[in-house]
Design a protein around this ligand. Structure first.
Ligand SMILES: Cc1ncc(COP(=O)(O)O)c(C=O)c1O
Length: 398
C-alpha cells in the first residue's frame, strides 16, 4: 500500500505554525489554514500504510482474503461478469448480477426487497435523505454513523438526537414533537451494534415505540451482519420483513467485499429507485462486486464455523483484555476508553510500534472526552495474538 505524502501538498513545516500565523495568501490559503487549525487541535488525520497485526479492520470473518471468495470472483470473470457497470442502474448499468444479488439478499435476510448500493455510506445517506418527507421527524440515536447524518442533512424532515440506546428517550422526543404540533411520521434511526462502542440497541423496544407511534424503524446492521443472528442475518433478523422496518447491510465488513444492501418493503425500494439522487445519478456498483457479495451471503449460510470461531476469540479477548481496561461488550468491537485525545494517540502510537494495528479514535468520530482505542476482532488473528496484545497493553498503559 502506498503512503500518501500530505507534506508534498502542505509544504514541509507549514503546518507547524499555529492557526492563522502565516500572512502569505495563496490559492489554497483557506484550506491550509483549516488544516493548521486541525493540526493545532492534534486532530490532523493522515493516511497510514497497513502494518501490524490486524486489530482494526472490519473484515470480521476474514472473507476478504478467503480462497472461496477469490475463486468465486475468478469464476465470475470467466463466465463473463463485467467489472464496470457502464452506467446508472436506470440506464444501461442494470446488470443481471445486481438483480440476482438483490433477490438472493431479500430471500436471505427475509425482507420483501433489497436494493444494492456502491457503499454503506451512499446507501445510508440515500435512505435518510429520501424516505422521510417534509413534515416528518427523524429521531436518531446520538451515536449514529456520519452517513446517517449526511442523509439527514440532505433530507427535508426535522431531525432530533436522543440519548444513546435509550428507547424511552426516543419515545419522549416523539411525544414532545407531537405535542408541539408535529403531524408527519416519526422515523427512528439506530444502529443494531454501535461501530465505536460495540454495544447493542434495544431493538425489540424500539420496534414497539415505532409501531405505537405509527413510525418507521431504520436499523443500520453494518457491524452485526454476518456476525450475529441466525446464519449471520444480524441482530435485526427477527424484525426483518415488517412493513415499518428497513435495514442497512453493508457488504464491506463481515461480507468481505464492498457495497451495501437496503432491505425492506418493495414500496420503499421503488421509491428509492425513483427519488434517491445518489442512486439515480450514479454509476451502478461493479457487477463483479455484486457476484462477490452473492458468494459472501452463501458463505454466511455455509460456514457457521467462522462465527463460532469469532465468538471464541471474543470470549478469550474479553477475558485477557479486561484487566487492561478494555470494555467487555460481548461483541467483536472492544473499546479501550482513554478520554484525552493526545493521550489516546500516544497510546495508539506505542501499540502500533509494538506491532499491532490498532487505531486511536478521536472526536468528531466519537463525542468529545471519549477518545479511545477501538480494538476490532477478526479471524485474521488468533488467541496468541490477543495474548501478546494484552502483554503489550499492560506495559504501555500508564
Ligand atoms: C455503522 C456504519 N454505517 C455505515 C457505514 C458506511 O459503510 P461503508 O463503509 O460501506 O461505506 C459504516 C462504515 O464504517 C458504519 O460503521
Amino acid at each position: 500500500m502506498t503512503t500518501v505524502h500530505w507534506d508534498i501538498a502542505i509544504k514541509p513545516g507549514e503546518l507547524d505554525a499555529g492557526p492563522g500565523t502565516s500572512d502569505k495568501r495563496s490559492l489554497w490559503e483557506d484550506h491550509r489554514q483549516d488544516l493548521r487549525a486541525i493540526k493545532h487541535q492534534a486532530r490532523l488525520r493522515r493516511l497510514q500504510p497497513r502494518t501490524g497485526v490486524d486489530f482494526s479492520s472490519n473484515d470480521y470473518l476474514a472473507l476478504s482474503t478467503s480462497q472461496r471468495l477469490r475463486d468465486a470472483v475468478g469464476a465470475a470473470l470467466v463466465r463473463g461478469v463485467s467489472i464496470g457497470s457502464g452506467g446508472s442502474r436506470l440506464l444501461r448499468g442494470n446488470d443481471p448480477e445486481h438483480e440476482a444479488l438483490e433477490a438472493e439478499a431479500a430471500a436471505f435476510f427475509g425482507s420483501e426487497s433489497a436494493l444494492f448500493f456502491a457503499s454503506g455510506f451512499a446507501a445510508n445517506a440515500a435512505l435518510l435523505a429520501t424516505l422521510p418527507q417534509r413534515g416528518d421527524l427523524v429521531v436518531h440515536d446520538a451515536l449514529v454513523h456520519a452517513s446517517a447524518h449526511e442523509g439527514m442533512r440532505l433530507g427535508r424532515a426535522e431531525t432530533r438526537a436522543a440519548t444513546h440506546n435509550d428507547a424511552a428517550a426516543i419515545e419522549t422526543v416523539i411525544m414532545q414533537w407531537r405535542a408541539n404540533g408535529g403531524t408527519g411520521r416519526p422515523w427512528i434511526a439506530v444502529e443494531s451494534l454501535y461501530s465505536m462502542d460495540g454495544d447493542r440497541a434495544p431493538l425489540a423496544y424500539l420496534l414497539e415505540v415505532a409501531t405505537r407511534h405509527d413510525g418507521m424503524l431504520l436499523i443500520d446492521e453494518a457491524h452485526a451482519t454476518g456476525v450475529f443472528g441466525p446464519n449471520g442475518r444480524g441482530l435485526a433478523a427477527s424484525l426483518e420483513g415488517r412493513e415499518n422496518v428497513i435495514t442497512l447491510r453493508t457488504c464491506g465488513k463481515a461480507l468481505g467485499s464492498e457495497g451495501a444492501l437496503l432491505c425492506g418493503p418493495a414500496v420503499a425500494r421503488d421509491f428509492l429507485v425513483n427519488r434517491a439522487r445518489g442512486f439515480i445519478f450514479s454509476t451502478a456498483p461493479s457487477p463483479l462486486m455484486a457476484s462477490a457479495v452473492r458468494e459472501g451471503l452463501q458463505m454466511l449460510a455455509d460456514e457457521p464455523e467462522r462465527r463460532t470461531r469469532l465468538a471464541a476469540l471474543i470470549a478469550h479477548a474479553e477475558h485477557v483484555l479486561a484487566p487492561c481496561g478494555v470494555t467487555p461488550t460481548g461483541s467483536q468491537i472492544l473499546p479501550l476508553m482513554i478520554g484525552d485525545d493526545a493521550a489516546t494517540m500516544r497510546v495508539a502510537a506505542a501499540v502500533q510500534a509494538a506491532g499491532f494495528d490498532i487505531r486511536g479514535i478521536r472526536p468528531p468520530t466519537v463525542p468529545a472526552g471519549t477518545a479511545r482505542l477501538r480494538i476490532s476482532l477478526t479471524l485474521n488473528v488468533d488467541e496468541a495474538d490477543i495474548d501478546r496484545l494484552a502483554d503489550s497493553l499492560q506495559e504501555i498503559l500508564p
